[in-house]
Design a protein around this ligand. Sequence first.
Ligand SMILES: NC(=O)CCC(=O)C(=O)O
Length: 258
Amino acid sequence: MKISLIQLDIAFGDPEKNYLRAENFIQRAVKENPDVIMLPELWTTGYDLARLSGTADDGAERTKRFAGQLAKANRVTIIAGSVARQSASQVTNTMLVINRQGECIKEYSKVHLFRLMNEDKFLQSGDDDGLFDLDGVAAAGFICYDIRFPEWIRKHVLAGARLLFVPAEWPKPRLDHWRTLLTCRAIENQAFVIACNRAGKDPDNVFAGHSMIISPWGEILAEAGEEETLLTADLDLASIVAIRSRIPVFEDRRPELY
Ligand SMILES: NC(=O)CCC(=O)C(=O)O
């Protein structure tokens, strides 16, 4: 399975610019013939949370149409990062998975809101899981801060997820946490971790970039620098079985103790 990550430099509070920029990158990515293309967290607006009443995506419909057309035209799955999704009474930080037919097959709203970036003041948390099927492989999505909650990730892995997708806007001062947490989530769950961060800065943060694709053994298969870029890697899905039989963590668990 080939994955392309778009480490976008997001224009603050400017969806028009961001849709255009993302489309250019998606057109570039499809030339590499990937199975999946992924965008970062809140990529249509950035963290311009105070102005979401004017920029949030109503029902995420615009983003579904945008990604749906591109996915269908190119027969590629698009994990359309997450967007600020407006519903009747609330805004959520919601990840969208669009299949090769252009249909939205999953919406996952960030469960753990990140107070340090004021999410708790402007957004509503989700309550549902992030599980979805990706061309017959069980997968799950988590959004940025969610990766600090290993129990949440493990719950999805115990339900079968083998591919863990993470759209993010992770600031540079905690780059070491980002790299360590993602690597741990891959090793402890013996699953692929595919994490797409943003590049650039906004009025409050400089972002880390360093999107990463990590094997179930913890090897970094691909890692971006800080700049806006496209990052592509091939996943050897058979390696999951080999690693799990070499160190059978899931057979050795003692859930009766914890
Ligand atoms: N957008 C986020 O959820 C950022 C999370 C973060 O920076 C962290 O340290 O956790």
